[in-house]
Design a protein around this ligand. Structure first.
Ligand code: ATP
Ligand code: ZN
Ligand code: MG
Length: 504
């Protein structure tokens, strides 16, 4: 069956002469619109049209393309022609029914649906999706194609769910005798280095732990970032919804964000009841509070790269500014980890340096090699870790149900995970290693989404998230909390250590 759009064009008043008078204009304009939008894409035709008062109903079919573009072209020209002849304009458009036909690459295992009015029938791999009651915005913004894409993605995801994440070893670890077998967070709690924070999944780092975290940060800056020419930026902690719409994080991770709400007013009079209740009850009047704040208006920083791309959005980078190498260490990452929380390695608030790079494909591939060299130097020679790297499916591909390429020659765009053995979790072979950072080249995904350009040629980007709590946990889990067990290269950076605190 062909795609079939049944639509209504609401005019500002009923045209003179009724259907008969309108016939030549409608026929001519429909042919013109079909010519323009469908003829090179398998063709199409007007099945029928009618006029009832100011409402012109029209049904368009197309065997291959989706004909909403035809309707838009037709109604725009109709408005022009009727405007000139009879001072009648087009008020609005709607589509009571839009039937879309497509072939599924994989069949669903359980029923799928989408959150707009529709019916869906399957005949083998042939899907018929009928969208109901689309308004003008939905037609103009191409909800039809998005709805088909969403269904295809949801079905593809069903076949992907439950499968192991794609993972293939790149750099094998050098075995090192562990100096420590305990959970470093437990050990730090005992020594009063850290205390579980006042709110969920957060930690207070006392002077000893803070010193270690900042030492890790210094090593990353001085051994990796500054030698490669990265320059620091300072970015805000709140990410706008617009930014996360563009990166795809909003559709991908809505359950992992901490959301920002704002007071509806800062007028003390508005807050009087709240303040009085606090004074009397010495408790939080949560219902009253909910009434006084807005719904979510932004998101606490999840990762820094989205807002770095926002900074560059709509800009054209001069060739002499490429590759552009920047890093942020100001914004703190916040994630709702829920059941996955554990110690300092999986927390709801963590400190990360996020370097972001933009350049030609060649520049980024060369940069990745230099970054890897510097990282190898740090993890082998300074921290002396037992660590490995793996080629994995990047998050944005995972969400779309696509897996990473098996072919080493195809491994240009994608993500490398860096993982460390945590001896307290078990044997090297039998336990899950900790991802302590990663390194991605994402091609033109974000430069396109944020319209970031170069003077000439392609512009790619990528990022490498350096998780400082994870560096610290990986190090302490293998080397322990005592300086005696630490490699000289690290001691040179870390010493002198602050005096340990003793509480009675
Ligand atoms: P994971 O698979 O462990 O959840 P992720 O894929 O969500 O990690 P990314 O979004 O790629 O992590 O973030 C990059 C880096 O940020 C990680 O390599 C890690 O160092 C750090 N990181 C991510 N989530 C946390 C967390 N909950 N606590 C501490 N560090 C984290
Ligand atoms: Zn990033
Ligand atoms: Mg995660």
């Amino acid at each position: 069956m062909p795609n079939r759009l049944r639509a209504e064009v609401l005019l500002s008043s009923a045209p003179e002469g009724g259907r008969a008078a309108l016939e030549p204009i409608v026929t001519a304009l429909a042919n013109e619109a079909i010519e323009k939008t469908l003829n090179r894409r398998g063709g199409g035709r007007v099945v029928e049209w009618e006029l009832a008062g100011p409402t012109l109903s029209i049904t368009i079919e197309a065997p291959e393309a989706r004909p909403h573009g035809t309707l838009l072209a037709f109604s725009r020209r109709l408005g022009e022609e009727l405007g000139r002849a009879q001072k009648i304009g087009v008020r609005s458009l709607r589509a009571p029914e839009y039937r879309l036909e497509f072939i599924l690459a994989v069949l669903p295992t359980t029923p799928v649906s989408i959150p707009i009015p529709h019916t869906l029938t399957l005949d083998g791999d042939r899907a018929t999706l009928t969208l109901l009651d689309l308004d003008e915005t939905a037609l103009r913004e191409n909800w039809a194609d998005r709805a088909v894409k969403l269904l295809e993605e949801k079905i593809r995801r069903q076949s992907y769910a439950g499968k192991e994440q794609y993972w293939t070893l790149l750099r094998a670890p050098i075995a090192r005798e562990p100096k420590f077998l305990q959970d470093p967070t437990e050990a730090m709690i005992k020594r009063q280095w850290v205390r579980g924070g006042p709110t969920k999944g957060k930690w207070f780092l006392g002077p000893s732990a803070a010193h270690l975290l900042r030492t890790m940060e210094r090593i990353a800056r001085e051994e990796v970032l500054l030698p490669l020419g990265f320059r620091e930026v300072v970015q805000p902690h709140h990410d706008s919804f617009e930014t996360l719409l563009k990166t795809g994080h909003l559709e991908g991770l809505p359950g992992e964000f901490y959301y920002v709400v704002e007071p509806k007013s800062r007028d003390p009079a508005v807050w009087e009841r709240f303040t009085d209740l606090v004074k009397i009850t010495q408790a939080v009047p949560t219902e009253e509070l909910a009434r006084l704040v807005t719904g979510p208006t932004a998101v606490l920083c999840y990762a820094q790269c989205p807002t770095t791309y926002w900074w560059l959005s709509g800009r054209t980078l001069a060739t002499d500014s490429l590759p552009l190498l920047v890093f942020d260490r100001a914004a703190v990452s916040n994630r709702y980890e829920s059941g996955g929380r554990h110690g300092l390695e999986r927390v709801d608030e963590f400190h990360r340096i996020e370097p972001v790079y933009l350049g030609t494909p060649e520049q980024l591939v060369a940069l990745r090699e230099r970054l890897l060299e510097r990282y190898i130097h740090v993890f082998d020679k300074i921290l002396e870790l037992e660590w490995r790297t793996a080629w994995v499916t990047p998050f944005f591909m995972q969400q779309a149900g696509v897996i990473a390429s098996d072919d080493p020659h195809q491994r240009i765009q994608g993500t490398i995970d860096f993982e460390a053995w945590l001896p307290y979790r078990g044997t090297r072979e039998g336990s899950e290693w900790l991802e302590f950072q990663n390194l991605s080249i994402v091609g033109d995904k974000y430069t396109k989404a944020f319209t970031i350009k170069t003077q000439k040629g392609e512009l790619w980007s990528g990022c490498t998230g350096i998780g400082l709590e994870r560096w610290m946990v990986a190090f302490l889990a293998q080397k322990g909390l005592d300086v005696d067990g630490w490699p000289d290269g690290f001691r040179r950076y870390a010493e002198p250590l602050p005096n340990e605190l003793h509480f009675l």
